[in-house]
Design a protein around this ligand. Sequence first.
Ligand SMILES: N[C@@H](CCC(=O)N[C@@H](CS)C(=O)NCC(=O)O)C(=O)O
Length: 193
Amino acid sequence: MLTLYDAPRCPYCARVRIVLAEKDIPYETVVIDLSNRPAWLYEKNPSGKVPVLEEDAWVLPESAVIAEYLNERYPEPALLPADPAERAIARLLIFRFEDFSEQYYALRRGEDGAEEAFAAELAHLDQLLGCMPYLNGRAYGLADLDYVPWVIRARELLGVSLEPYPRVADWFDRLAERPAVAAELDVVAALPR
Ligand SMILES: N[C@@H](CCC(=O)N[C@@H](CS)C(=O)NCC(=O)O)C(=O)O
């Protein structure tokens, strides 16, 4: 049985929860209180961060790595494109995710200029979604679910409107129809404000 060391408010954990749900993989959850992390968590992940995936004595940190691992270990449904070029572009977007998250966290901290910088990131996603229906390429997959937890939080917690980005808004609506993503909207709605 897989164990996920998890925190409901953590968007990195949300990535892993979405993959587990998309693939219908059974797992147990150990909820970590991020404001009072247990000392033993540092034995599983020296950075003390969640998510961490565990199976017997084997542990794996880092959400994007966990997501790819689960996609390989449980191949159906496939969450990366079969075409190598399309797959490389999906991986490139995942690799460059910090360009996006850096501006999200700057906005959350209320830094000067962050609103404009995050708007530019959303405009960039909007442009990408003009070339392909999903960030992952022709079909939904890891690149989409690696970004969507922050878009959910930007909308629901930071009050960012997706209206100026019609392709992002449409992408978001399509993703929200997936039970694995809809469950994350419920998680965020239940977070203490
Ligand atoms: N690069 C890590 C980041 C994980 C991360 O930052 N998790 C946050 C919670 S959302 C955390 O555990 N933070 C604790 C800390 O920074 O000490 C991943 O992708 O899994």
